[in-house]
Design a protein around this ligand. Structure first.
Ligand SMILES: [Zn+2]
Ligand SMILES: [Zn+2]
Length: 478
């Protein structure tokens, strides 16, 4: 989905993909951070036709229909609100899967499957009236959305109230998360569904409503203002009775205003390095890291892992969320890797501290990875065997390359559950039973950068040589 916003410097149109965090204006070249993306922003679709054009073209919409005998009266623009939920769905299934052998025998074997997808779901945020449009569908992919604000309206439009609260929207969306995942050959013993990085926004959708009379009846034609198609005809109603009679009070919801703020370091005033998809920016001058929160920058603490001595490859720093987690099982709390190995004996024996540690180190990649499955796979490699190396001082960093942080800290915490299940071998029934009744708590979260070098089709972590296929990473800078 694309969003259109005005450049605060020159007023020109800036159109950007919703994944983008930092935009550059094509007209004046200024660079800005987008603020307010995660706090329930509101958007609107402009209607494709102006009122005049709609009046003019209505005859062609009606051609071939009986309605040609109708007399056309008033034409109104109605905005109806829709909730839109986006995020990544991770759905783990553990249990038994039916296998059919080539000679016809059937068996049920221990099985484990991760189903994952990008979630993009919309539905009406109004309850009345029925406008015969249940979802925004592909419309969100076709035209850029604009920011919704009352000042953008002329005053003559009818804006339907939001009657479905954010809480109700969450509940409704969550019942569709696993849609399309059902698998009759799977006997599920344990499943886990996570929606990660979810954003709820409100999209006002335009309908043209034409009042008509004919055969001693009056009615309304409801026209999809984006697809320019008649959705339905309502008889024995006028605009007031159809739209205003049922309107109840608006559900209280707090929305954010999307706006652009200057993309400069708040301490030294220099431009931050342009990396459009990154949520965190490391200033090349003072090496502080910044994240945008509610319209201003906040400093993010980070650490850097040292490169081995006499390392001759060029490196780039890739960000990870370093989580200290505990696993609360029905019997006890698993606090370190020694504890965790009692549940998962297959875990590699890492070099990190074992007995004394108060938490289990989970290392979740924060850089941009193509697709949820690749993300879960990589996270599992780094959590199962996290490289633990000395840190380096934050000195002489001016020339270093920092890859952008695209996965937020909270999203990394949600992903920990997906990764933990991923570490359980499918035949380990005991671990499966314990995990079903366990909960993860995240004790500490910090941002840490590991040095990687390029070799063949891989990026490899400089200390551990853990590989990442280059094709699965979306680099923000070269
Ligand atoms: Zn501009
Ligand atoms: Zn700075």
């Amino acid at each position: 989905m694309q969003i259109k916003i005005d450049c605060p410097q020159c007023g020109g149109d800036i159109v950007f993909d919703e994944e983008i965090e930092v935009v550059r204006c094509n007209y004046c070249g200024s660079t800005n951070q987008i603020s307010g993306k995660s706090g329930n922003p509101r958007f609107m679709f402009p209607p494709r036709w102006t009122k005049e054009k709609c009046r003019h073209r209505i005859a062609s919409l009606l051609s071939g229909k009986v309605s040609w005998r109708l007399k056309k009266k008033g034409l109104h623009l109605v905005y109806a609100p829709y909730w839109r939920t986006i995020g990544m769905v991770f759905h783990w299934l553990l249990g038994k899967k039916e296998h059919t052998s080539p000679i016809g025998g059937r068996s049920w074997d221990d099985a484990k499957e991760l189903k994952a997808k990008l979630f993009d779901f919309s539905f009406p945020a109004y309850k009345e009236p029925d406008l015969d449009l249940e979802s925004l569908g592909v419309r969100t992919a076709v035209i850029p959305l604009q920011l919704f604000h009352h000042t953008r309206l002329s005053g003559s439009e009818i804006v339907l109230p939001v009657e479905v609260s954010l809480q109700e929207a969450r509940e409704h969306s969550s019942s569709f998360l696993t849609y399309g995942f059902s698998d009759p050959s799977f006997r599920v013993e344990f499943k886990d569904t996570q929606l990660i990085g979810e954003v709820y926004s409100l999209v006002y959708f335009p309908f043209w409503v034409l009042e008509v009379t004919g055969n001693n009846r009056r009615g309304l034609l409801i026209i999809d203002g984006v697809a320019n198609r008649i959705r339905k005809t309502v008889w024995d109603q006028d605009v007031d009775s159809f739209f205003r009679e049922n309107t109840s009070s608006e559900a209280a919801a707090h929305f954010s205003d999307l706006r652009l703020i200057p993309f400069v370091c708040p301490v030294c005033g220099w431009d931050l390095p342009f990396s459009p998809m990154s949520k965190t920016h490391v200033c090349a001058t003072c090496t502080r890291a910044w994240i945008e929160k509610a319209g201003s920058y906040r400093e993010v603490e980070y650490q850097l892992v040292a490169v081995p001595e006499k390392f001759e490859h060029a490196t780039r720093y890739m960000p990870f969320w370093d989580l200290g987690i505990q696993i609360h099982t029905p019997d006890r709390v698993l606090q370190n890797r020694v504890d965790l190995r009692t549940l998962l004996p297959n875990l590699p024996v890492g070099s990190e501290s074992g007995n004394g540690a108060q938490s289990i180190k989970f290392l979740i990649p924060a850089f941009k990875i193509r697709g949820p499955k690749a993300l879960s796979k990589l996270a599992t490699i780094f959590c199962a065997n996290p490289p633990s190396r000395p840190l380096r001082a934050r000195e002489g960093l001016e020339k270093e390359k920092f890859e952008g942080v695209c996965l937020g800290g909270e999203e990394a915490e949600q992903l920990a559950q997906v990764v933990l299940i991923s570490m359980v071998p499918r035949y380990n029934r005991r671990a499966r039973k314990v995990l079903k009744k366990s909960k993860i708590s995240v004790e500490t979260t910090r941002l840490i950068y590991y040095p990687f070098y390029r070799k063949g089709i891989y990026f490899r972590e400089a200390n551990s040589n853990h590989p990442i296929q280059r094709g699965t990473v979306v680099l923000g800078t070269d």
